[in-house]
Design a protein around this ligand. Structure first.
Ligand SMILES: N[C@@H](CCC(=O)N[C@@H](CS)C(=O)NCC(=O)O)C(=O)O
Length: 217
């Protein structure tokens, strides 16, 4: 049995971050797919928040995707997915925090909000949140192809799952996250080439079907 167990759900962007990380590191893992609409009774004994992803390693349970990925970086330092320079490391953490605190909300609320006026506000917030990324992550001096430049980092793994699901906004809400954001689009193109993107990703049709009950009519 592999050293690392992951409890995951195929459609979950947070679980995809961790699967992406393990794949990039070349760490074998055994995966248990959790049906989030019908969680097995034992899952509450594994996952304190009742959420995926959770990993079990050396008898310890670790949860929260951003923390899991920092843990994995410490335990499996090669290939490095955090820069050596402390200021660059801080930058990665700032962008991970931005994804969780500022981007995830407008993205999900735009999908699930029923009230048209509130939905329009979430669309504005989402577009503004993406414009901030285009200007500040990929601003002057950004050479690509990855978030910080030449080397892949935890910032890339954090954003890729959302970027893959932007097609949901286009399909259900007519919002194209890439419109006018050419550098974001270029970054996404580079990410799609990673073998881990292919190994952990899903088709547009998969997400459209998976999220259809969640999306407000
Ligand atoms: N902050 C958590 C979020 C994880 C999360 O929200 N997972 C969702 C699926 S995408 C979940 O397990 N939901 C089940 C539930 O809340 O009952 C992380 O980064 O790991």
């Amino acid at each position: 049995m592999a050293d690392i167990e992951i409890f995951s759900a195929n459609a979950c962007p947070y679980a995809q971050r961790t699967r992406f990380m393990l794949t990039e590191k070349g760490v074998p893992f055994s995966l248990t797919e959790i049906d989030l609409r019908n969680k097995p009774a034992w899952f509450k004994d594994v996952s304190p928040y009742g959420k995926v992803p959770v990993i079990r390693h050396r008898g310890q349970v670790i949860y929260e995707s951003a923390i899991i990925n920092e843990y994995l970086e410490e335990v499996f330092p090669e290939p490095p997915l955090m820069p050596r320079d402390p200021a660059e490391r801080a930058k990665v953490r700032i962008w991970i925090d931005y994804a969780n605190a500022r981007l995830a909300g407008p993205f999900f609320y735009l999908l699930i909000e029923k009230d048209p006026a509130k939905r329009a506000q979430h669309a504005k917030d989402f577009i503004a949140a993406i414009a901030f990324v285009e200007e500040h992550a990929f601003g002057n001096g950004w050479t690509g192809p990855y978030w910080l430049g030449k080397a892949l980092s935890l910032a890339d793994l954090t954003y890729f799952p959302y970027a893959e699901r932007f097609s949901l906004l286009e399909h259900y809400r007519g919002v194209d996250a890439f419109a006018g954001n050419t550098r974001l689009k270029r970054w996404f193109g580079a990410m799609l080439e990673r073998p881990a993107a292919k190994a952990t990703g899903n088709s547009r049709a998969f997400y459209i079907e998976k999220y259809k009950d969640l999306v407000a009519a």
